[in-house]
Design a protein around this ligand. Structure first.
Ligand code: ATP
Length: 513
């Protein structure tokens, strides 16, 4: 199936099966805002738990907080967001569509890379078994030509972004002959800066009201609580503070479903360390976070690091963990070495000392910070895209199955009485009443067993149990496994043991170690 089709199918599947709905659906939706449905919320909670527990339970020196969305407006002045949380935007005069200038150029860079890959694929076909890919990449003039174009563009783009030279960004778009995908023309406006923060008013009177912002990241809530947590928790450096919460960005181009939303959720952890140790910790957290992703079993080839060309003014190292979505490798998580920028700024703007007294060194310093920042919704999308599969069965039918990691699946077990009579529903309920304390179970008695299996496959339920007349006699049931579709006769009393170990977050965490 073409990757574009996969994405379209995932989007409609999410709606049809109660994972994700457009916000305000009966009013035709609201741009780039989405709601999670009955299955989506379960899976989202599982993702959050997997992250939270891997941080807070698995690390003695990481604790969590939950800070408010509204914060003192000076915080955003101190953090640099009021002045610098901008995206460069450009409009196409013909289509009236708005784009991020940086994204248009990055897509152009990716196009050169795609051309290289196409050349390599063509050569592989031509030479067959004798193909020496490495040699071809090193010696082919066509490959060299595309790579040279890519590198030149890359260099020019990095320079322009670092200097935030808006005219040069526009010139690059013109020189590269980038066209608007809608109108197909190159009739571009100037490039302008656009601040992404949402504003609102706090206070009841016009005079007394002050402008406050909806937080564009959860991190600042951690920085401004650093002293509170360090003191009350008697935390010793190195230590981390984790938080999960909503963030808001007035994104210029909000497409691609829940990949880029205006209201989304982040899972962020700020790790406070001794100055000078940041590059070692940066490396450690890169590995730790990559291991967390790969632990889901989606295949290492679907992930890569993408080191930042343009470092934010406060960072001295930064990388993204990218996942292979149907629309290409895309950022799911950022890992940043933020120096002591944020804490120093808050010291300056609040007038409070935010120093740590290091008893081993017998001196005080403003801690350095490594941040890991992942979007819940992007993570959700990556899990969905990877798990969605259409399978051709031996009997000619097609089944849609979500091959979700069992620990993330919204429903772990569906219990189905073969018929609605003869005491089978009661027996099925008995099983659920016993197991519902351990994991999420669903009772399903409508339609044929085959249809019920398909319904559960479509929401990724790893186990289905069918209760039949024999169950009443010998307390056994048929358990059916989602991925293999194999069935086994087992004792009801064994169900907990068979299932629990595979579906809990703990099972995932144990594999991490
Ligand atoms: P992008 O370059 O895609 O705009 P970013 O580099 O601005 O992302 P960060 O500020 O590093 O993103 O935010 C950390 C994480 O938060 C991202 O890796 C992503 O998973 C998530 N995130 C950021 N913006 C959005 C958004 N608009 N919608 C959904 N998730 C987002």
């Amino acid at each position: 199936m073409a990757q574009e089709d996969v994405f379209k199918k995932v989007v409609s599947h999410c709606k049809e099966y109660g994972f994700v709905f457009p916000s305000s659906d009966i009013y035709d939706g609201l741009g780039a805002v989405y709601d999670y449905g009955q299955n989506g919320v379960e899976m989202k909670n599982n993702i959050k738990q997997y992250w939270w527990q891997s941080m807070v339970l698995m690390h003695e020196n990481i604790v969590g907080i939950d800070s408010a969305i509204f914060m003192h407006p000076t915080i955003w002045k101190a953090s640099g967001h009021v002045d610098a949380f901008n995206d460069p935007l450009i409009d196409n005069r013909d289509s009236k569509k708005r784009y991020r200038a940086d994204v248009l150029i990055e897509e152009q860079i990716a196009k050169y890379e795609e051309k290289v890959e196409k050349e390599v694929a063509k050569a592989r076909k031509r030479f067959g078994d004798a193909f020496d890919e490495q040699k071809y990449r090193e010696t082919s003039p066509k490959v060299a030509e595309e790579l040279a174009k890519r590198d030149a563009l890359h260099e020019r783009y990095s320079k322009a972004m670092n200097a935030m030279d808006l005219e040069e960004l526009r010139q690059i778009i013109l020189d590269e002959e980038i066209v608007c995908p809608i109108s197909g023309t190159r009739n571009w406006t100037e490039v302008r800066q656009f601040n992404l923060m949402f504003k609102t008013e706090m206070g009841s009177t016009a005079d007394g009201a002050s402008t406050i912002y909806l937080r564009p990241e959860t991190a600042q809530g951690i920085f401004v609580n650093y002293l509170n947590v360090q003191k009350t928790g008697r935390m010793k450096i190195p230590f981390g503070i984790a938080q999960i919460g909503k963030a808001f960005r007035n994104e210029i181009v909000a497409r691609q479903f829940i990949f880029r939303m205006r209201e989304f959720e982040q899972m962020e952890m700020q790790f406070f360390i001794k100055p000078g140790t940041e590059l070692d910790w940066f490396k450690t957290w890169k590995q730790t976070r990559m291991a967390w992703h790969q632990n889901l079993g989606f295949g290492a080839e679907n992930y890569r690091f993408h080191d930042h060309e343009k470092l934010a003014h406060y960072a001295n190292a930064a990388t993204d963990i990218e996942f292979k979505m149907p629309f290409g490798f895309k950022e799911v998580e950022g890992i940043h070495s933020r120096t002591n920028f944020d804490l120093s700024q808050h010291e300056k703007y609040s007038g409070k000392s935010i120093k740590y007294f290091d008893p081993e060194l017998n001196e005080s310093y403003t801690p350095y910070v490594i941040e890991t920042s992942i979007g819940v919704d992007r993570m959700f999308l990556s899990v969905m895209c990877h798990s969605y599969q259409e399978e051709q069965l031996e009997n000619g039918e097609t089944r849609v199955v979500l091959r979700l990691p069992a620990a993330l699946a919204p429903v772990k077990l569906a219990v189905m009485p073969l018929t609605k009579k003869d005491g089978l529903p009661e027996k099925a309920r008995e099983i659920i009443d016993d197991l519902k304390f351990h994991f999420n179970c669903q009772y399903d008695e409508k339609d044929s067993i085959g249809k019920r299996y398909r319904r559960q496959d479509a929401i990724g339920t790893p186990y289905c149990v069918t209760v039949d007349h024999q169950s009443l006699e010998d307390n056994t049931v048929t358990i059916r496994f989602r991925d293999t579709m194999e069935q086994e006769r087992v004792n009801i009393s064994d169900l907990l043991g068979i299932i629990e170990d595979k579906v809990t977050i703990t099972s995932l965490l144990k594999k991490l170690k």
